[in-house]
Design a protein around this ligand. Structure first.
Ligand code: BGP
Length: 472
């Protein structure tokens, strides 16, 4: 596309950034909070615990003031289920409600729109003990949690996200510390997709409930979408890319938007004797739910080639490192892309391709709920962080975002990961993403003082010019 006429960012474009409760808050046993699966998981060696993180629980006022200084229009954060309901259901913990009321009110004081993720990788441990998402009751647990949030915060929160990266919970749950497989399970794939089904139904019911209780609110899913490229124009590779696209991406959005299982995924599940059981009413619940927008996280594309059933594939994948399933697809290192220091491919043009593809499939407004560069940062003696590599990454992506808007894609906002340094899913706090540096380490030493990175000042200018000036 020549894009002779570059369109501007929409007038009320939501510039901001994201965090999640368990990665940023710390204080994980404070004020009545119950343990979540993250608090009881075995930590990857050498990574910070989740007891302190960035101590955002105690310092959110200072942090939101810094976000306001950058000019944020939106702050995407998640609500820890176990702060509101320490046991997952049952009694409500007023201190948890009070805390998020304060967070939301602080955002509003600064004219920052709160964008609330309802569930970000932190299943209550008490519910894990009762079977987690394998238990059909999990649908009701989640809907009850949603109701508590809508009642408490629905007068001020207009934008809701249901489940962060349900596709990653399903595909790489063990690495994120979330998947619970009941003892004695023989078909792990079937069990995983049954849990996935419960999450899909829970999401659908929560979206309906939101529309019923809060007619002016908007709600949508937040999967991690990586458009899948074929490693070559060999037709077998193209078919493999379609299969991985369906398994990784479209399953989640076809269900959220159209209320049906993607046919390629259903066939793959049939092949593996892994189709989920529908409870009475599930099909209708899935059909009745309609998101108002799509939130999505984008870090990179994926590339695959065809795989034969006897392929021996490396199982050690995370969210963005290409994986494989023998007989379906096999990850392939894209020779045209550079990688981050943590091995994730960098593909700004793929970001545009991703947005074009999603919009042509679903025709809903979209907001980027994560995008960013995990890197080692250095705090200089005079209190500076020269993260020009992060600026470069974000510049390239914002450029493609504007091109996608010029292509006619309806974009509502951009919330990179992350507003402030926080603990990564499995690689500690040394893998930093924030605009705001937090003085702490994986050994949990440091003052926890905040410092403005170079990217902080740069992003402030980007927001002030509504994306017109992205130069450094
Ligand atoms: C997404 C998650 C986030 C986040 C981010 C970066 O998958 O939604 O919680 O952490 O990726 O990933 P990581 O922390 O593994 O670097």
């Amino acid at each position: 596309m020549l894009n002779k006429y570059l369109k501007p960012f929409p007038e009320n474009f939501l510039w901001g950034a994201s965090t999640s409760a368990y990665q940023v808050e710390g204080a994980n046993a404070t004020d009545g909070k119950g343990p979540s699966c993250q608090d009881v998981k075995e930590l990857p060696a050498g990574t910070a615990s989740l007891d302190i993180c960035a101590d955002h629980y105690h310092r959110y006022k200072e942090d939101i003031a810094l976000m306001a200084e950058m000019g944020f229009k939106v702050y995407r954060f998640s609500i820890a289920w176990t702060r509101l309901l320490p046991n997952g259901d049952g009694e409500v913990n007023q201190k948890g409600i009070d805390h998020y009321n304060d967070v939301i009110n602080t955002c509003i004081e600064y004219n920052i729109e709160p964008l609330v993720t309802m569930f970000h990788f932190d299943m209550p441990d008490a519910l894990d003990q009762r079977g987690s998402w394998s238990n059909p009751d999990s649908v009701g647990w989640f809907v009850n949690f949603a109701k508590v949030m809508f009642e408490a915060f629905g007068d001020r929160v207009k934008y809701w996200l249901t489940i962060n990266e349900q596709n990653m919970l399903t595909l790489v749950g063990p690495i994120i510390g979330t998947l619970r497989i009941p003892e004695g399970t023989t078909n792990i794939l079937k069990e995983t997709y049954q849990q996935n089904h419960h999450m899909l139904v829970a999401q659908a019911k929560a979206m309906c409930l939101c529309h019923e209780m809060l007619p002016n609110a908007k709600i949508g899913p937040a999967p991690n979408i990586s458009l899948v490229y074929a490693a070559s124009c060999r037709p077998e590779d193209v078919l493999a890319a379609q299969e991985y696209n369906a398994i990784r991406n479209w399953l989640y959005l076809d269900m959220a938007v159209y209320g049906v299982y993607n046919n390629l995924v259903w066939t793959y599940l049939e092949d593996n004797d892994a189709t989920p059981t529908f409870a009475p009413g599930d099909a209708e619940a899935l059909k009745n739910a309609h998101p108002d927008f799509i939130g999505f996280n984008y870090y990179s594309t994926a590339t695959v080639q065809a795989s034969s059933p006897d392929d021996d594939l490396d199982p050690g994948a995370d969210q963005q490192t290409a994986r494989g399933e023998a007989g379906y697809y096999k990850g392939y290192a894209n020779p045209y892309l550079m990688k981050t220091e943590f091995g994730w491919e960098i593909d700004p043009l793929g970001f545009r391709a991703n947005m074009r593809e999603m919009y042509s499939r679903y025709r809903l407004p979209m907001i980027v709920t994560e995008n960013g560069l995990g890197a080692y940062d250095t705090l200089t003696e005079d209190g500076k962080i020269h993260d020009n590599y992060r600026i470069k990454y974000l510049q390239e992506h914002i450029k493609q975002l504007r091109l996608a808007i010029s292509d006619g894609v309806e974009m509502m906002g951009y919330c990179p990961w992350s507003a402030i340094d926080l603990v990564s899913t499995h690689e500690g706090i040394r893998k930093r993403y924030g605009f705001i540096y937090v003085d702490t380490t994986d050994e949990e030493t440091g003052s926890l003082d905040r410092y403005r990175k170079d990217s902080f000042y740069w992003y402030k200018k980007v927001i002030a010019t509504n994306g017109e000036d992205i130069s450094d």
